[in-house]
Write a protein that binds this ligand. Structure first.
Ligand SMILES: Nc1ncnc2c1ncn2[C@@H]1O[C@H](COP(=O)(O)OP(=O)(O)OP(=O)(O)O)[C@@H](O)[C@H]1O
Ligand SMILES: [Mg+2]
Length: 484
């Protein structure tokens, strides 16, 4: 469902009540609006607030693209003539009003356009007034999973795991800035020279990161991870060849038997997707608390409390970290704590939660492999600043974490589970790991990686826990009885 449709149906998680940024990216326009602060006085979501911010007469800088000139001219007239009391969150109404005036202006100015040109111009103007400008069509394109803006003229998207440059551009860096403001202002966040990067979310839940000059040397940069309208299912993962049915059956048993799981992998390797799948195996009668920086998990269960961290406000106060939320969650009588991602000292609290009766908890971590996951968690625990001896941390890790599932984005763009590893215990000062499943690549043909996630033939030490939960897994899952 398109973002626009979503807005029309009022299903956005947060309605863009107070669009702050100027709608029009206009050549020859005035200075860009200030980085929007929420609730910037009267106006709110009224169209009037947009009209005040619209740019001056078009064409002052002369030879710009004629399409932009035309768009700007029609757009400015539209903004001048639309009813200022109109609430821009009432998308269908605004769209209709724009449509009527748009037709009128074209005919008054004797602008002759073909039907497709007319439709394109209309959609571009609507996107500027009530959408996200040039990004709007990309946001509505179901095949796009990520949008990357590297300055005004350099835009890439990811489709099916591969990057493509798209012929979409902003008019100028100011235009990109206005769209960034429009995204972050309704959330009470800001971006300016003194705080030049920000995490935010679109009304549909898509995760946004923006970095602006002087930190970004290529102009304002935006990265948008499109929120999956329908999250990837177990069947799809198996269908994509991301994991085998046997490995999935094993993981399901691990979740049901309340083992603690860390999903690791590189950036964009599919960690959150896998965490979502694993969380889906949690029985319906358990109380789940999820903790994330930007709520991405989409659990099917009813009894879920979703918590989201918060950056500090303009005065540097009010920050709520993942660590605060992990600690707080333990007072919420959770049966399971699911943490979107651990990056810092929160790891120590997470391990303690896992070790103190909140077993069956799950999280993700960035790493290059199962062994690296252990050392990253160790480093994160050191960041908690308690001056703990490394051995004590390793003991915590080995007793807390039962399984590491490592995913990778392979060079053909596919995301796959490449290791399922048991954290077996300690030998001396070293955490011992046992691979239960490993992805074996058998070839690379026609731009595709061939291979399969194979069992290693080893049974995990925690089988007794799985059996105690009344789950019987056939020995063949682990490849026993097979020749390898
Ligand atoms: N097995 C898969 N096959 C195809 N696409 C996948 C698979 N797993 C994830 N994806 C898609 O890949 C993108 C990145 O996935 P996801 O958000 O789970 O990655 P991540 O590792 O959590 O990323 P980040 O490090 O940025 O948090 C999403 O668009 C998701 O829908
Ligand atoms: Mg993620």
């Amino acid at each position: 469902m398109s973002l626009l449709k979503r807005l029309e149906q009022g299903q956005g998680k947060e309605k863009p009540e107070k669009p702050q940024a100027a709608p029009a990216g206009l050549p020859g326009g005035g200075s860009p609006p200030p980085a929007g602060q929420p609730g910037g006085g009267e106006g709110g979501s009224r169209l009037a607030s947009l009209q005040q911010r619209r740019s001056g007469p078009a064409g002052a800088e002369g030879a710009r693209d004629t399409y932009f000139d035309l768009k700007t001219r029609v757009q400015n007239r539209l903004l001048a003539e639309l009813d200022p009391s109109m609430d821009v969150t009432r998308v269908a109404e605004v769209r209709k009003a724009i449509q009527e005036l748009f037709e009128q202006i074209l005919s008054e100015e004797s602008i002759v356009l073909s039907r497709p040109e007319r439709a394109r111009l209309f959609e571009a103007i609507v996107a500027e007034i009530i959408g996200f400008g040039p990004l709007q069509p990309l946001l509505e394109d179901e095949s796009v999973t990520e949008i990357m803006v590297n300055g005004a003229k350099n835009i890439y998207v990811e489709r099916k795991g591969r990057l493509h440059r798209v012929p979409v551009t902003f008019e100028s860096d100011d235009h990109v800035m206005r769209i960034i403001d429009r995204i972050v202002a309704p959330l009470g966040r800001r971006i300016d020279e003194s705080s030049p990067y920000v995490d935010a979310r679109l009304p549909d839940g898509s995760r946004v990161n923006a970095v602006i000059p002087p930190i970004s040397l290529v102009g304002p940069s935006l990265t948008i991870r499109i929120f999956a309208k329908s999250p990837i299912t177990v069947e799809q993962l198996i269908g994509f060849g991301a994991i085998t049915p046997e490995a999935m059956q094993f993981l399901k048993a691990c979740v049901e038997a309340r083992l603690n799981i860390v999903v690791s992998g590189g950036t964009g390797s599919g960690k959150t997707t896998m965490l979502n799948i694993l969380s889906g195996f949690i029985p319906d009668d358990e109380r789940i608390v999820t903790i994330e920086n930007a709520a991405e998990l989409q659990l099917r269960q009813d009894h879920v409390v979703t918590l989201e961290s918060r950056p500090p406000n303009i005065e540097g106060r009010g920050e709520v970290t993942i660590q605060h939320l992990v600690i707080n969650s333990l007072r919420m009588r959770p049966d399971r704590v699911v943490v979107g991602e651990i990056r810092d000292g929160a790891a120590l609290d997470m391990l303690q939660a896992m070790n103190t009766g909140h077993d069956g908890s799950m999280t993700t971590a960035h790493s290059n492999g199962p062994r690296d996951t252990i050392s990253r968690i160790e480093t994160m625990c050191l960041m908690a600043g308690f001056d703990l001896p490394v051995r004590a941390i390793r003991e915590q890790i080995s007793s807390a974490v039962d399984v590491i599932l490592h995913s990778e984005r392979l060079r053909d763009g596919t995301r796959k589970t490449v290791n399922i590893t048991e954290v077996a215990g300690m030998e001396g000062d070293v955490v011992t790991l046992t691979d239960l499943f490993i992805f074996e690549q058998t070839g690379y043909e026609g731009g595709k990686v061939a291979g399969r996630l194979r069992p290693t033939g080893l049974r995990p030490k925690f089988m007794d826990k799985i059996e105690a939960a009344g789950i019987h897994l056939p020995a063949s899952i682990f490849g026993m009885g097979r020749t390898r």
